[in-house]
Design a protein around this ligand. Structure first.
Ligand SMILES: Nc1ncnc2c1ncn2[C@@H]1O[C@H](COP(=O)(O)OP(=O)(O)O)[C@@H](O)[C@H]1O
Ligand SMILES: [Mg+2]
Length: 350
C-alpha cells in the first residue's frame, strides 16, 4: 500500500521468509557457519535454537538455496507435534518416497535403500527439522535411530534440528544422553544489536528499491531497537506499521515520535507490552489452544509474556476479545487507508 508512495519496488517488511532479503548480521553469519560446518562433517546433528522471529527459518532456507542438488538431497520437515511414526512418514514423503499405508518396518527399509543408493552415487542426504521443539521424545529417539544408518564407516544421513529455546531443554533431559553424543555442534541465534538493527532495516529497504525515501532519523532506529529488542520479525511488524502510518500522514521523514506513536498504538490495541510479534500471533495461538485438545498441557504466551495456564478460560476469552477488537481496529485503519488512496488518485488525475 505504501510502496508506491515511497517509490519502493518490493515489500520491504513482509513476514514470509524470503532468502533474497537475507541480511548477514554477526549472529546470522555465525549460525550459518555452524550449518556449513555441519554439512562439511556429513554426519550427526547440528542444533540451532532461537526466539520466535530470530530468523531461523530464513537461515535454513538460505542454506538450502545454496546447496548443490547433485551433491546433497535435502528433506525439509516442519514439525507440528510429530510423534515418531509421523516423523518417519514426513521424512520419507519429503524425500519423495511413498509413505502412506506403509508399515513402519517397510518404511525404514525403503528409507535405508534410498539413502544407500544416494551414497553409491556420491550424494548425501540432509534432513532439516524446523520447529523441532514440537518433536516428542520418541520422535527425537527415532531421529537418532536414523542417524545409525551407515554404509561402511560412512553415515548415510545427517540432520539439522532448528527450534525455539525449549528445544534445548528437551535435548538436555535425562533420557537424551545418547542423542547428545551425536550432536556435533549447537548454536543459539541471538537478536541484532542497535547498529545491526539499523543495518537490517536499511538492507531490507534497499532490497525493495529504497532511495532514501522515507528518511528515518537516527533516533528512530534507537526507538525501533528499544521496542523490538532487535528481533527481526518484530522489526518487520513495527516497520511495516511505521511506513503505513507515514504514508497515511504523507510524511517523508520519520522520527522517534512516529515510532513511538506506532508502538503506542500497538500497545493500546492489546494492552500489556504489546510487542509486535505477539500481535500477529496471539489470536492464532489462543484459537489453536482452545481447539486442539492435545495442547492443554502448554498454555499460550500472552502479550505480556505471561502464561495463562492458571486460568486459561477466563483470560483467553479476554484475549479472543482483544483479537476481535484488534481486527476491527485493523479494518478501520484499512478503510482509512483506502479512502486516502482514492483521494490521492483523484488528486493526481484531476
Ligand atoms: N538475517 C535476516 N535477514 C533478513 N530478514 C530476516 C533475517 N532474519 C529474520 N528475517 C526476517 O524476519 C522474519 C522472521 O524470520 P523467521 O526466519 O521466520 O524467524 P524464525 O523462524 O526464527 O521464527 C522473516 O520475515 C524473515 O524474513
Ligand atoms: Mg521459523
Amino acid at each position: 500500500m505504501y510502496e508506491s508512495f515511497y517509490g519502493l519496488t518490493g515489500r520491504p517488511f513482509q513476514l514470509s521468509p524470503d532468502p533474497s532479503y537475507f541480511y548477514g548480521s554477526r549472529e546470522h553469519k555465525r549460525a550459518y557457519a555452524y550449518l556449513e560446518y555441519g554439512l562439511h562433517q556429513g554426519e550427526g546433528f547440528i542444533v540451532i535454537t532461537g526466539e520466535v522471529g530470530a530468523g531461523k527459518t530464513l537461515l535454513v532456507r538460505n542454506l538450502l538455496d545454496h546447496l548443490n542438488p547433485d551433491q546433497v538431497v535435502a528433506a525439509h520437515v516442519v514439525s507440528t507435534q510429530l510423534d515418531a511414526d509421523d516423523l518417519l512418514r514426513a521424512v520419507a514423503a519429503s524425500l519423495g518416497l511413498p509413505a502412506r499405508g506403509v508399515d513402519k518396518g517397510s518404511l525404514l527399509a525403503e528409507l535405508e535403500r534410498f539413502l544407500q543408493r544416494l551414497a553409491s552415487e556420491n550424494r548425501r542426504a540432509l534432513l532439516v527439522v524446523d520447529e523441532a521443539q514440537n518433536l516428542t521424545l520418541r520422535a527425537v529417539e527415532e531421529l537418532r535411530m536414523l542417524s545409525n544408518f551407515q554404509m561402511g564407516s560412512r553415515a548415510l544421513l545427517q540432520s539439522f534440528l532448528i527450534g525455539q529455546p525449549e528445544l534445548r531443554r528437551i535435548l538436555q533431559s535425562p533420557g537424551m544422553q545418547q542423542f547428545r553424543q551425536r550432536v556435533i555442534a549447537s548454536y543459539h541465534l541471538g537478536p541484532l544489536d542497535l547498529a545491526e538493527t539499523q543495518g537490517y532495516i536499511q538492507h531490507r529497504l534497499t532490497h525493495a528499491g529504497w532511495a532514501g525515501d522515507p528518511e528515518l532519523e537516527e533516533d528512530a532506529y534507537k526507538a525501533i531497537f528499544a521496542f523490538t529488542e532487535g528481533v527481526p520479525r518484530r522489526i518487520n511488524l513495527l516497520c511495516n506499521r511505521l511506513l503505513l502510518a507515514g504514508f497515511l500522514a504523507e510524511q517523508h521523514v520519520l522520527g522517534t515520535t512516529d515510532v513511538e506513536g506506532v508502538a503506542k498504538e500497538i500497545r493500546e490495541e492489546l494492552g500489556g507490552s504489546g510487542r509486535p510479534d505477539d500481535i500477529a500471533e496471539i489470536g492464532e495461538r489462543v484459537r489453536e489452544y482452545h481447539t486442539d485438545p492435545k495442547r492443554t498441557g502448554e498454555a499460550p504466551r500472552g502479550w505480556n509474556g505471561s502464561s495463562e495456564g492458571s486460568d486459561p478460560d477466563g483470560q483467553s476469552r479476554d484475549r479472543i476479545g482483544a483479537g476481535a477488537s484488534e481486527l476491527s481496529a485493523r479494518v478501520s485503519r484499512l478503510e482509512k487507508a483506502v479512502t486516502h488512496l482514492l483521494e490521492l488518485l483523484r488528486r493526481r488525475s484531476g
